[in-house]
Design a protein. Structure first.
Ligand code: FAD
Length: 415
């Protein structure tokens, strides 16, 4: 049987970053996935490295918003009725975590990771030669109404406190940055410090190539074959069984497929999301991602075209796609930007792995020696992959972690 120091299960942006950080620190590392690096959830996101994020997504607090979602009229959210009974406890916890005091607490707990989001990507990209995929011109949040903009006041106050750069703009100032946007909005905020990615798949592939260059081993294999082997762990791969003393589960929305069988049942839900690429009409163009905040979708310029991404869908991870949100939001998107023909026949679907408190788990697994967890990054896995990789690599190699890992401990669910 082949032997390595550490196996990392899952080669999304999180697992690939974990593997690269460990290999850079001299460990012998095998990165195992059943597909190629970055082909899962990490393929299809909006491409925003959101160092600016302060508040997480929240459970709607006003009746009108809830009613629109319940009646399946909301562009920003959808659900499968048959799935709701399964997700009720998670939704209750999500609602509790959406209270103002909890949001402030979440912002504080998450700040150390977000503060490193851009810098850690820049470091890995400089080493991997993937800087060409990073755009350093921030992103825009647009507000169609004064009331919608006013709701951001607390976020802008906190941004000042945390020193997070942003520039509130009126419609004309925003259109000076993005002339192809139609004047259908009243306010914008330019989060100038954020970075966006023109091809998230190529970025993860670039980090995986760097991992190979520093001696890492990428293997095809099914993580569900993980089992105890003596004092360590073994996985069956296409190249035969391999064992290691330590294993990191970085399987994003698929983590429970492995962890449930080991008795580690953390309350993960998925928020499914879709994207579709469109050709711009005529000379229409975007330089950076744009959020139409009150409608709940993003437009992001990608190498493949203008990527339109949707908000959350509460449904079983593996249930057939139901991309009904496109019908609800396309009129608003076409009003804002001259979208032409769709490029693919069908939208892409992914599943954001989400804990109700909007924090990932980056820690040792409870009660399983040599098992580590790095998953549940929800809406922010692209942003936080490299920072997560650094943090867990520092924890595993006995270095001083760059931040206190306690808020991301699995034990917050088990104590
Ligand atoms: C529409 C949408 C927009 C988003 N926009 C943003 C954004 O702008 N910014 C941001 O920061 N985040 C964004 N996200 C979130 C982000 O994409 C995710 O948080 C992130 O990709 C999760 O990465 P991961 O590595 O944990 O999971 P994944 O990328 O899903 O990786 C898990 C890997 O595990 C592998 N795997 C699964 N099962 C097995 C098995 N049995 N054996 C072997 N391998 C297995 C998969 O093949 C996959 O490669 C968005 C998500 C969506 C859906």
């Amino acid at each position: 049987m082949a032997h390595t120091d550490i196996m990392v299960l899952g080669a999304g942006i999180v697992g690939t970053s974990v593997a690269l950080h460990l290999a850079k620190r001299g460990a012998a590392v095998a990165l195992i996935d059943r597909a190629g690096p970055g082909e899962g959830t990490s393929y299809g996101n909006t491409g925003i490295i959101e160092g600016n994020t302060i508040f997480p997504q929240v459970f709607p607090s006003d009746f009108t918003a809830l009613a629109r979602i319940a009646l399946k009229r909301a562009p920003e959210a959808n659900y499968h009725l048959s799935f709701l009974p399964r997700v009720v406890p998670w939704l209750a916890a999500f609602r509790a975590a959406s209270r103002p005091s909890r949001l402030i607490e979440t912002a504080r707990f998450m700040r150390p990771l977000f503060a490193r989001a851009v810098a850690e990507h820049e470091t890995l990209s400089a080493e991997a030669g993937t800087e060409r995929y990073l755009r350093h011109d921030g992103w825009l949040k647009l507000y169609r109404t004064d009331a919608g903009f006013a709701k951001q006041s607390r976020e802008l106050e906190l941004a000042k406190e945390y020193g997070i750069a942003n520039v509130p703009l009126d419609r004309d100032q925003a259109r000076a940055l993005e002339p192809s946007l139609a004047p259908v909005f009243r306010h914008a905020v330019h989060w100038t410090g954020a970075v966006s990615v023109s091809n998230p798949l190529a970025l993860t592939r670039g980090y995986a190539a760097r991992f190979a260059a520093v001696g890492g081993l990428s293997l095809g294999g099914d993580a569900r074959t993980l089992h105890r082997a003596g004092s360590g762990w073994c996985v069956d791969t296409a190249a035969g069984p391999i064992d290691a003393g330590d294993v990191v589960v970085a399987l994003g929305p698929w983590a429970p497929d492995v962890l449930d069988g080991l008795g580690i049942k953390l309350p993960l839900a998925v928020k499914r999301g879709y994207h579709r690429h469109f050709r711009p009409q005529g000379n229409a163009a975007l330089s950076r991602p744009v959020l139409d905040a009150e409608t709940g979708y993003c437009l992001a310029p990608m190498e493949q075209g203008i990527r339109l991404t949707t908000g959350a869908e509460f449904a079983a991870r593996d249930a057939p796609p139901t991309p009904v949100q496109f019908d609800r939001l396309l009129p608003a998107a076409r009003e804002l930007f001259a979208l032409g023909e769709p490029i693919e026949a069908q939208p892409w679907m992914g599943a954001r792995p989400c804990f109700a408190d909007s924090r990932p788990v980056i820690s040792r697994a409870p009660r399983q020696r040599g098992l580590w967890l790095a998953y549940g990054h929800g809406h922010w896995g692209l942003s936080l992959g490299p920072a997560t990789g650094r943090l867990i690599a520092e924890m595993m190699t006995g270095a001083t972690p760059f931040c206190d890992p306690k808020p991301y401990g699995a034990d917050r669910f088990t104590q």
